[in-house]
Ligand binder design. Structure first.
Ligand SMILES: Cc1ncc(COP(=O)(O)O)c(C=O)c1O
Length: 198
């Protein structure tokens, strides 16, 4: 008896060729991103390709990540609590120090409560995803950070982008918005895309 071999699945190399195609498309559209390693030197300098550079790209404006008191405190807490919280905060990863920090942040900011997130991206994504729903209307500045856009998209809210910092355009859209919906305006203070507030 002879058996004809029917290939129902693409072979291994074809199976992943969509990745190569997507990467080539990105490169062509000049949207290719790559990682550039740097070595921190001190609070404000980094070493890159044997050159010492002043770092204007990070969020560590005050160099607090290298402040001796904070480094010492981090060492102390690492010895006491370990190098990670070992679980999601909802499971067993909320430690007493997390709550103490949140209480102190709330007092410092004059708010009822505070919640810390692992990153700015996570905060923006999670908060917008929770405050909005598919019935909401979002008016958002054209130049907001991608994390805010992703939060809006995840919420399935209807959203319209207004021209960057153009309050006349925003007002026009607001007048057109359905007042029975939850309307949210999303903007930034210092815009991270170009570092300006205007
Ligand atoms: C306005 C804004 N939102 C979110 C982020 C993302 O923050 P993180 O790098 O902490 O995830 C950035 C990063 O620069 C940002 O500028």
């Amino acid at each position: 008896m002879t058996h004809a071999m029917i290939q129902t699945e693409p072979c291994q190399s074809d199976k992943f060729s969509f990745i190569d195609r997507a990467l080539a498309e990105r490169q062509q559209a000049q949207r290719w991103r790559s990682l550039h390693p740097v070595t921190p030197v001190d609070a404000v300098h980094v070493l890159k390709n044997h050159q010492t550079l002043l770092n204007f790209s990070a969020n560590d404006y005050l160099g607090l990540s290298k402040h001796p008191a904070l480094v010492e405190a981090a060492q102390h807490y690492t010895v006491r609590y370990g190098t990670g919280s070992t679980a999601s905060r909802l499971v067993a990863g909320t430690y007493d120090i997390h709550q103490q920090l949140e209480e102190q942040l709330a007092i410092a900011c004059g708010r009822e409560a505070a919640l810390i997130f692992n990153s700015g991206f996570q905060a923006n994504f999670s908060i917008l995803g929770s405050l909005l729903n598919s019935q909401s209307w979002v008016l958002c500045d054209r130049q907001v950070h991608n994390s805010l856009l992703q939060g809006i998209l995840a919420s399935q809210a209807r959203f319209i982008r207004y021209a960057h910092n153009d309050l006349n355009h925003l007002e026009k859209l607001l007048r057109q918005a359905d007042p029975s919906r939850r309307i949210v305006i999303v903007t930034e203070t210092v815009f991270s895309m170009d570092g300006r507030s205007q």
